[in-house]
Structure formats: structure tokens, C-alpha cells
Ligand binder design. Structure first.
Ligand code: DC
Length: 230
């Protein structure tokens, strides 16, 4: 009860949107700028998909995935050179986690209602003082409906596919642009049309189109919204 009272007061800014809208980079910059915590909710779905593959669990086996979500142990941190480092039950899965294949598998497990419910408490535990930037698809609609500021970050599909492609290349991951365009399109379709928490802007969200904005300009616009409200 006490922790509920505390978490209610901790401000949350939600940044939802489709893949490649830039919300990951923008959210991390916002968190750094404000000195707040950061939740990459997509990484939790990705970790669950990785663990399912490891344990031979089918991506549509809802009860087994729910049980798996309960027992996996994740650690988010940084390597010595400052790169992201994610451990799943003690094993470094950073590279696998960020692949397109894992993104697609995550999108499949994320379509299952009981899996989404199983990840709710895990996500809400990130709400700690002095504040939280929550990046995902349903942060403003389902996970933190009482967020102080809700942003829905959009960008044209072809621009998002290009960003995704460049990001994969930067991470040393092989992909063709055509494949990435097709995967972005398929993932968008699945995330927007699923019945459980579909990707949709919250009614009270501010929609920001980042197609023609760089990261710094996008961050500046959102910081302006946050400072006007918090
Ligand atoms: O943001 P991402 O690419 O890491 O997310 C991977 C998949 O996880 C995405 O296709 C949809 C799903 N996801 C979700 O359904 N809800 C979230 N809050 C975050 C991600």
C-alpha cells in the first residue's frame, strides 16, 4: 500500500509509437537530460522472446510464456566501452536482443493478452523517484494511464525503415533495406491490429511527427511539453 502511494506521485512521461519512430533514442536522451529512470518496455518483450527460443517454447504457447515471464532474470547495464549490455539469466544476449528476428518474435508474444498482463507489474516497478520515461506501444494507454505527459511519436514508414536499417548496420547486423521495409510494415500491421493493447495514441497524447526532425529537435519539443506540465 505504501509503495502504491509513493509510485502514484512519481511523475511518468510516456513515449509511445511504432518501431523506427526514434522513440528509443529520444526517450533515453530525455531520461538523461532529466536524470530520470528509463523503461525500454520493448526490451522486456524481446527478452521473453529470447528466453522462449532458448527453452524451446512456442511463440503462441500463452500459459508457458506467462510462466516463463515469472522466472526469467534480466539485468540491464553497460559494458566497459559504454555500450548497452543485457544479461538474461546471467548470459549476455545484447546482440540477439536487438536483431530483427527477435523484434518479430517479440511482436508475436506481445499479441497475447495474458503475456501483456504478466509483464504489467514488471514494467510498473520502474516507476521510481525522481521520475520515469517509459518507451513502448501502450505506455500511455495501459501501463501508465495516469502519466503526467503522453507523447505519441510518429514518422513516415519509409523514413522509419531507413532508420531501422541504419541502426542495424551500426550494430554490425546484416540486413537488406527491402527486407527491413517489409518487416517494419508487417510489424506495424500486427502491433496496430492486435486486440490486446493495440498500438494507438492515447486520447490525451500529444502527437509528434519526427519524419523531418533530428533527435535533438525532437527532444527539445518534448522537453518543452514536459517543462510546461511538470
Ligand atoms: O520497441 P521494440 O522494437 O523493441 O519492440 C519489440 C516488439 O514488442 C514490438 O513489435 C511490439 C512489442 N511491444 C509491445 O507490444 N508493447 C510495448 N510496450 C513494447 C513493445
Amino acid at each position: 500500500m505504501c509503495s502504491d502511494t509513493i509510485s502514484y506521485k512519481v511523475p511518468v512521461v510516456t513515449v509511445d509509437g511504432p518501431s523506427g519512430s526514434g522513440k528509443g533514442t529520444v526517450s533515453q536522451r530525455l531520461a538523461a537530460e532529466l536524470g530520470w529512470h528509463f523503461l525500454d518496455s520493448g526490451a522486456l518483450y524481446r527478452l521473453l522472446a529470447c528466453a522462449a527460443r532458448r527453452d524451446g517454447i512456442a511463440l503462441d504457447d500463452e500459459p508457458a510464456l506467462v510462466a516463463l515471464a515469472d522466472r526469467i532474470n534480466a539485468e540491464f547495464g553497460f559494458s566497459e566501452n559504454g555500450d548497452e549490455r543485457v544479461l538474461l539469466d546471467g548470459v549476455d544476449v545484447t546482440r540477439t536482443l536487438r536483431s530483427e528476428e527477435t523484434g518479430n518474435a517479440a511482436s508475436q508474444v506481445a499479441a497475447l493478452p495474458a503475456v501483456r498482463t504478466a509483464l504489467l507489474a514488471w514494467q510498473r516497478r520502474y516507476r521510481r523517484p525522481p521520475g520515469l520515461i517509459a518507451d513502448g506501444r501502450d505506455m500511455g494507454t495501459v501501463v501508465f494511464p495516469d502519466a503526467a505527459v503522453k507523447i505519441f511519436l510518429e514518422a513516415r514508414p519509409e523514413e522509419r525503415a531507413l532508420r531501422r536499417y541504419n541502426q542495424l548496420k551500426d550494430n554490425g547486423i546484416d540486413a537488406s533495406l527491402e527486407e527491413v521495409i517489409e518487416e517494419v510494415r508487417a510489424r506495424d500491421e500486427r502491433d496496430r491490429t492486435r486486440t490486446a493493447a493495440p498500438l494507438v495514441a492515447a486520447e490525451d497524447a500529444c502527437i509528434v511527427d519526427s519524419s523531418d526532425l533530428d533527435v535533438a529537435a525532437t527532444v527539445a519539443i518534448i522537453l518543452g511539453q514536459i517543462r510546461a506540465k511538470i
